[in-house]
Design a protein around this ligand. Structure first.
Ligand code: MRU
Length: 369
């Protein structure tokens, strides 16, 4: 999608052909800063400290992290160590595990320079696949938006509420939840996006609002708790969010607060869709609430807030009493029963085991992996 009118991706190989270049998302929307990742430790730090974030982009960065590790040392020992370092960075988004397992399975039979070359080739392929997959999610989701537009007689924009950032910044390009919105915008179907701020890290306010603005998509930023009110007043036609891990039966784990949006949507008869690529499905688990590991992050993300002052400085201030204990759960699980449909690269299906297997029949009788 566009940054200052120029098509841009969230991760790419540098011109030298070996370093990975990312956008430092901790600096947005105030500063657009590109950073080079030159070794495994920098790739791991980029994921852990959220210079990059969003399930598919975490997977893509891990793939380049393994390629960078292989550039330094192609031994089996280093392959295993690199996989371990990357897997320890963040626990919830399953694309990380998917990418690391995919890469290590392909690299294991190879050795020496062939292993390093294959690592770079596969990392680049994972990025290209992500772009094609998300574009396809966009095509399938576009049909839903078009139907919503037809239902309103082709008048007034379709109002879509989203949570967190599941846009192109969370993927290599297009996004998952936002891909249908970009496709609608491109096809002349008028859309307007309600953007949840998404405390504590404000991915909505800082990233979704920024990327939609850069691409010229009409949107309005709202505080997290306003969604229910908007839905009660008929101001939301549909909700679309992303997911960090979808279980085999269609439970959806996403940024904290997604569950409350789904409850409000259910109560108000607003369709609640989730956009996801195949690698976000964890076929090894069923019950999301019981089985998905929920990341807990530093309490300062809750007790402090960072922003730009009128003088232009980026500053962090405290918003809670100095001695109040803080809990910072980063994700929650929305049970499948609250999800109207899953928008995948293969089509839209009900959030259920049968629904997912209808689109991924190769997973029949393959409970693991
Ligand atoms: O903590 P984050 O910013 O990595 O969380 C991101 C989300 O929750 C996204 O909604 C999810 O990864 C889907 S991204 C296409």
């Amino acid at each position: 999608m566009n940054v200052e009118g120029k098509p841009t991706r969230s991760i790419a190989l540098a011109d030298d052909g070996w370093a990975a270049v990312i956008i430092d998302q901790t600096r947005l929307p105030h500063e657009y800063v590109l950073r080079r990742l030159e070794n495994l430790d920098e790739a791991a730090e980029a994921i852990r400290d959220m210079w990059v974030r969003g399930a598919p982009l975490i997977g893509a960065t891990a793939a380049y992290g393994l390629a960078l590790a292989m550039r330094a040392d192609t031994s089996d020992r280093n392959l295993d160590r690199a996989a371990e370092v990357l897997l320890a960075t963040r626990p919830t988004a399953v694309n990380l595990r998917w990418a690391v397992e995919d890469m290590t399975a392909r690299l294991r039979p190879l050795a020496g320079p062939a292993r390093a070359a294959a690592a770079y080739a596969r990392a680049t392929e994972i990025c290209e696949e992500d772009v094609a997959t998300n574009r396809s999610i966009g095509d399938h989701g576009l049909d839903l938006i078009r139907k919503a537009w037809d239902a309103r007689g082709g008048e007034k924009p379709v109002n879509i509420l989203t949570h967190c950032n599941a846009g192109w910044l969370a993927t290599v390009d297009w996004g998952t939840a936002l891909a249908p919105i970009y496709r609608a915008h491109e096809d002349g179907v008028p859309v307007h996006v309600w953007v949840d701020e998404t405390r504590p890290r404000n991915q909505g306010a800082s990233l979704t609002a920024w990327e939609l603005g850069q691409h010229g998509v009409p949107h309005t930023l709202v505080v997290d708790n306003v969604g229910g009110h908007l839905m009660q007043h008929g101001l939301v036609d549909l909700c679309i969010t992303g997911t960090d891990r979808t279980t085999a039966r269609g439970d959806v784990c996403n940024k904290i607060g997604t569950y409350l949006k789904a409850l409000a949507a259910h109560d108000n008869g607003v369709p609640f869709y989730v956009g996801l690529p195949g690698p976000t499905i964890d076929w090894t688990i069923e019950d999301g609430v019981a089985e998905v590991p929920i990341e807990q992050r530093d309490g300062r993300e809750v007790s402090e807030i960072t922003g730009r002052t009128a003088a232009g400085a980026i500053e962090t201030v405290r918003v809670a009493p100095a001695d109040s204990p803080v809990a910072n759960y980063a994700f929650d699980v929305t049970p499948a029963r609250l999800v109207t449909g899953l928008i995948t690269e293969r089509g839209v299906c009900p959030a259920s085991k049968e629904g997912l297997l209808s689109l991924y029949p190769e997973r029949h009788n393959r409970p693991v992996g």
